[in-house]
Unconditional design. Structure first.
Length: 486
């Protein structure tokens, strides 16, 4: 049983990189980034996003990886090991609660992907392609939604059970290149649809969202900044314990700054590529059907499971092939993120047991973590994005249009992405920048690295990150609770 007690590690740097990129590349890239980019200023948004990714994303990513590798622990124990200050030692728990809550809806969305692969395959075989009406039918069928969510959780559980190198790394080494190839296939198909260029203009031309009739009013500067900031740290899997955990599995000889840069760049490239695939297709199909562009749903779950399914439906029999490829691609993105979230939650209990000298049974911890997530996810699944009358606002008779009570998915998202993530990232940068001081991590960052990024990193983590994250926190609270501060 000695093997079971051993902490895992990545077998190679490329395995680590693909796993970290896998964690970053997720539903946030596919349905969040392209739409937010189009709506919030096209190319201008991209520049703002890149600046934030360089000054904040890179700095927090490097901080998390260094924290994990230096302490050799997941989030909770890493904070305990690095700081003596009581006020900071609890932050790690935020990085447990957040991924746990995210998993309660990520698993439901992952389940939807499995279902969509199935209906597209069936459509391919029978020649009758499903359309967007499948979405409503699925949402209003709680048992179906629960069943596919459980299936998704079982798949993730089995991958995590395989261990860090035998499960997570293996999956990502195959999954990430496959995702890339499939994305290219979908881009080529999307671009050859008539009117596809309207979608590209929406995404890239500054101000085209308003000019082209996609939205009525251009968002203000503050709102663009906040949208980019929120998207950036969710997309990069920051403040979720995931990168601390993966860092703790990384060999001491590997170059952390270089790895951080690669993860940030790869995640951004995939987000743009996802946009190049989904937006032109959705817009082209909408225009061909005579739908006013302002009414085409270009973001959120309905982009993936309604708008795009109509695109595949309208392609005829061949749509089954593209539909199947597309939903497999989204499923891979969802799984590679989910397994990092499950690992981030589980590692804490594995580490705690071994720190106390107890036998740690990875399988048992994973089973319990996955089971608890599954139980809570049943609520999100049965709710069907608020379709079945059990949303928080229905149960508690709340008369509000705010996101936090609209449905259980948004409720979980509010406390995780809306509050725990920005709060955690802000407190982490304050702790590294002002309490333990950046120098405390210099030796860690320096091992395997001889460049001059240390000064730049210290400056970002001390000054830029806390300010930006405080601002992102305010905006998230305002938007999730419908307070209209910005
Ligand atoms: N980065 C993932 C996405 O873009 C979500 C995620 C957040 C995954 C935090 C792990 C940790 O969808």
């Amino acid at each position: 049983m000695v093997e079971e007690n051993k902490r895992g590690s990545f077998g190679s740097n490329i395995g680590f990189l693909l796993s970290a990129i896998g964690s970053a590349v997720g539903l946030g890239n596919i349905w969040g980034f392209p739409y937010k980019m189009g709506k919030s200023g096209g190319f201008t948004f991209l520049l703002v996003y890149l600046a934030l990714a360089v000054f904040v994303g890179f700095a927090i990513m490097l901080g998390e990886l260094a924290l994990g590798r230096k302490t050799g622990y997941g989030p909770v124990n890493a904070y305990k090991a690095i700081t003596q200050k009581k006020g900071f030692r609890w932050i790690g728990w935020l990085a447990i609660v957040a991924p746990f809550l995210i998993m309660t809806f990520y698993s439901v969305l992952g389940g939807y992907c499995i279902y969509y692969i199935a209906i597209n395959l069936i459509g391919l075989c029978t020649g009758t392609m499903p359309d967007s009406s499948s979405f409503g039918a699925m949402l209003t069928n709680p048992w179906l939604s629960i069943g596919i969510m459980v299936l998704f959780m079982v798949i993730c559980f089995l991958i995590n059970l395989g261990g860090v190198d035998g499960g997570i790394e293996k999956f990502n080494k195959i999954g990430m290149p496959a995702l890339f190839v499939m994305l290219v296939i979908i881009i080529v198909r999307a671009w050859t649809l008539p009117h596809a260029s309207e979608g590209l203009k929406f995404m890239f031309v500054p101000g085209y969202a308003v000019k082209g009739g996609f939205i009525e009013e251009a968002p203000g500067v503050m709102s663009v900044l906040a949208t980019a900031g929120g998207q950036m740290f969710f997309s990069l899997s920051l403040a979720m314990g995931a990168m601390i955990t993966y860092g703790s599995y990384l060999d001491k000889g590997e170059n952390l700054p270089k790895n951080s840069v690669i993860i940030v760049i790869a995640d951004t490239i995939v987000a743009i590529m996802a946009g190049l695939a989904v937006i032109p297709a959705a817009v082209a199909n909408g225009i061909a059907k005579g739908i006013p562009v302002g009414d085409i749903k270009l973001g959120g779950p309905s982009l993936l499971f309604a708008t795009l399914q109509d695109v595949f439906h309208d392609m005829g029999a061949i749509g089954g092939i593209f539909g199947t490829i597309f939903y497999i691609l989204v499923l891979i993105a969802a799984i590679s993120s989910a397994i990092s979230l499950i690992e981030a939650v589980s590692v804490t209990f594995i580490d705690r047991a071994s720190a106390k000298g107890h036998e740690t049974n990875r399988a048992k911890v994973l089973a319990i973590v996955c089971l608890v997530i599954t139980v809570l996810a049943c609520l999100v699944a049965a709710d069907g994005l608020g379709s079945n009358g059990i949303a928080p606002k229905d149960i508690f008779h709340i008369d509000s249009k705010a996101d936090w009570c609209a449905d259980w998915l948004d409720f979980m998202d509010t406390w995780s992405e809306g509050i725990a993530m920005p709060l955690g990232a802000m407190l982490m940068s304050i702790m590294i920048g002002w309490q333990i001081k950046p120098k405390a991590l210099y030796d860690e960052i320096g091992s395997g690295y001889k460049g001059k990024a240390l000064g730049f990193w210290s400056f970002c983590i001390k000054f830029i990150c806390p300010i930006v994250m405080f601002f992102v926190l305010l905006v998230q609270v305002s938007s999730f609770f419908g307070l209209g501060w910005f």
